[in-house]
Ligand binder design. Structure first.
Ligand SMILES: [Ca+2]
Ligand SMILES: [Ca+2]
Length: 365
């Protein structure tokens, strides 16, 4: 009996000793693992995603029907045609004044609106024989929105655009205005050339028109707007556009008369803000009135980059690029630019008070 007690006692001590040693081993093991993880962190899932997820979102690639043949569509939105786009990153927001300021500070870049207009360049985009305007009209400046006090014909844009010397991204309403209090608003008075220069500096590029529309649709492949089919005029307000009667009465139900800080309204399902409204956004493609017809004839278009040349019968000599998404000036009575399929174009050296951009980046860029 004494023998058994001693054996039991020894076995118990041995077990306790092993248990204590095991605890020490566990602690030492954890310490070693912690040191190893500190020195040799685990590889990240995807370095590109890590680097850009803060300001950009991943837009997964896919196939969709580009354009629209719905009743409110314009002829240049037709025919609807099949498009495939690869995955890419896209800025969550339109480029802001603050971001553009950083670009200008680092590079000394001067925008198109801040330069004297080159008449020989301009002449090439006008009908032959167009007389040279006086030098006073070739001074640096841009087109600023001029609100009317009463109803005016909506077929003459000169009724609400005014050329202002000194207007530029730094002075959006004219030379005496400032961006100091709107640094988080989208930069405006940006030409296509300016947008491309910024994108290159940022290590990005402008979206193709097909990428822009695919991203704007936000997984809703047949919807009218980035949020679905609910009318833009239904509350709560889902974008910064023009409520009331354009261009003489803005009831500001969305809270903003002109631009709004980026991200002031709901995002689409990809997490993109202001794909409808706020400012028009440049795309990389030329505008050609028949490009959708040509694309339809090709069958499924894979990563289309637009036509090789520009052609707009209303301005046959102009070299025009695509703009998308509408602006704070859009209203159903005049311009439904906030529809995901709506197309706009402008000469690449034109920046207006409602024109900005956002960038994209290739995943393996
Ligand atoms: Ca508004
Ligand atoms: Ca926009």
């Amino acid at each position: 009996m004494v023998f058994l007690t001693e054996v039991w006692f020894k076995i118990t001590n041995l077990w306790i000793g092993m248990y204590n040693n095991f605890r020490y081993l566990m602690v030492i093991g954890f310490l070693i693992i912690a040191v190893l993880l500190y020195k040799f962190p685990l590889p990240r899932q995807n370095s590109s995603i890590q680097n850009y997820s803060h300001n950009m979102v991943l837009i997964p690639g896919g196939k969709y029907f580009m354009g629209s043949d719905k009743p409110d569509s314009y002829n240049n939105e037709m025919p609807v045609h099949e498009v495939i786009v690869d995955s890419f990153f896209m800025d969550k927001y339109e480029v802001t004044n603050n971001q553009f300021l950083q670009f200008v500070k680092e590079t000394g870049y001067i925008t198109t609106a801040e330069k004297i207009i080159n008449w020989s360049d301009m002449r090439n985009q006008l009908p032959p024989g167009t007389p040279k305007p006086p030098d006073s009209l070739l001074q640096p400046g841009s087109l600023v929105f001029k609100e009317s006090k009463y109803p005016i014909p909506l077929n003459d844009e000169s009724g609400w655009w005014e050329w202002k010397r000194g207007a530029s991204w730094q002075h959006p309403l004219g030379k005496n205005s400032s961006i100091k209090k709107i640094m988080d608003h989208p930069v405006v008075h940006i030409s296509w050339d300016d947008a491309v220069a910024y994108a290159q500096w940022a290590g990005k590029r402008l979206p193709t028109e097909a990428e822009w529309e695919w991203a704007a649709r936000g997984k809703k492949t047949d919807a009218i707007y980035p949020w679905g089919n609910e009318s833009i005029n239904e509350k709560p307000m889902k974008a910064n556009f023009w409520q009331g009667h354009f261009p003489y009465k803005n009831t500001e139900q969305d809270g903003y008369h002109l631009t709004a800080p980026v991200g002031s309204f709901i995002s689409n399902e990809y997490g993109l803000f202001d794909m409808s409204g706020n400012v028009w956004e440049w795309c990389s493609d030329f505008y050609h009135v028949n490009s959708y017809s040509y694309d339809k004839e090709k069958g499924i278009c894979i990563n289309p980059k637009g036509p090789k040349t520009s052609y707009d019968p209303s301005e046959p000599f102009a070299v025009k690029k695509i703009l998308r998404g509408g602006s704070f000036l859009c209203n159903d009575s005049y311009c439904s630019g906030y529809r995901v399929s709506r197309r706009m174009s402008s000469t690449k050296d034109t920046g207006l008070m409602h024109t900005g951009f956002r960038c994209v980046k290739d995943i393996r860029g």
